[in-house]
Design a binder for this molecule. Structure first.
Ligand SMILES: [Zn+2]
Length: 316
């Protein structure tokens, strides 16, 4: 497991890229599409779309430089299958074709999509552009022209510049809450790598994060399910929602309380704080949420104590 230095972002990026380029992917496919989206929403509450593109660009460039010898490729197109394997490591079904003008058109597909009404993958546009720019040795700007979060079947990236979109964060959060409401009983598709979650969170490591939006998201989800209005607080349902949006490593539950342990990659204080705000909003502040560090000092833990009041209503 790589060492991380919170005050040295450059080495953190290197460690992430090293994890992504290693042959053996740790616990591949153990994070849901919802938890990836939760992290994206958290990142969006701290930095703008354009900065996400730049952060992705940095990862893509570094990945090419670190994992492969540029001299090996005579034509930059030869390197594209390596970009595909990175995107597949993240958890996407990634394919590409060359357009009649000789430009790559890249498609990312996931097992189920989340409708939010916006193009949500400018970070991924950045990864693709960064990788291709480094491979070609000149700037390649790719943008997302179709998005699975915006009415299309899959996300399609091609050369060009994104048209500016103004995101309404309240609409975004409400739509995500609506998605969770419709999906909570369906099987969880844990298609994504925990390293992908860490990569999405990397740009906000030193940003000022607005956790209030995550509290609000919790409240919206609670309203969708009607926990408090109907005076029933089904613990099991709450747990299902929390499990779905969190990139946790392991989970232990006992009478009335649940403890989640996060792997070192996702043991990020801003991430843990955002989850605890979400849980507070979701449970109407009735549950007590506490954070800690494991004995090794590498893993964060999050404990949710449902208390006697909620326990009485357990499984109702
Ligand atoms: Zn997309």
């Amino acid at each position: 497991m790589p060492q991380f230095y919170p005050d040295a972002p450059e080495s953190y990026y290197h460690a992430l890229v090293k994890t992504l380029s290693s042959e053996v992917q740790p616990r591949e496919g153990s994070v849901s599409a919802e938890s990836i989206m939760f992290s994206k929403l958290l990142a969006l509450s701290a930095i703008r779309d354009e900065e996400q593109y730049k952060a992705g660009f940095r990862i893509g460039k570094l990945y090419y430089a670190k994992a492969y010898k540029p001299a090996k490729y005579k034509w930059y197109e030869d390197a594209i299958p390596i970009l595909m394997s990175l995107l597949q490591h993240l958890g996407y079904k990634a394919t590409y074709r060359m357009s009649s003008l000789g430009n790559p058109i890249i498609t990312l597909k996931q097992s189920h999509s989340i409708y939010l009404g916006y193009d949500m993958h400018s970070f991924e546009s950045g990864i693709i552009s960064g990788f291709l720019s480094r491979a070609k040795n000149s700037y390649v700007r790719m943008y997302e022209r179709e998005c699975s979060c915006n009415g299309y079947e899959e996300c399609v990236f091609g050369p060009g510049v994104q048209s500016r979109q103004t995101m309404d964060s309240a609409i975004l959060l409400k739509r995500f809450a609506l998605h969770l409401q419709g999906s909570h009983l369906k099987a969880v598709h844990n298609d994504f790598s925990p390293a992908y979650n860490a990569v999405i969170l990397a740009p906000i490591k030193h940003a000022k994060v607005q956790y209030s939006s995550m509290y609000l998201l919790g409240e919206y989800v609670q309203n969708e399910f009607g926990f408090l209005n109907t005076n029933t607080l089904p613990v099991r349902m709450i747990m299902e929602i929390i499990k779905k949006v969190s990139a946790y490593e392991s989970l232990e539950s006992s009478e009335g309380s649940v403890s989640m342990v996060f792997d070192p990659l996702n043991s990020d204080s801003s991430y843990i704080e955002s989850l605890s705000q979400f849980i507070k909003g979701l449970t109407g502040n009735i549950a007590t949420v506490s954070q800690g560090l494991s004995d090794s000092g590498l893993n964060y833990t999050l404990t949710i104590d449902f208390g006697a009041k909620l326990l009485k209503l357990k499984n109702k």
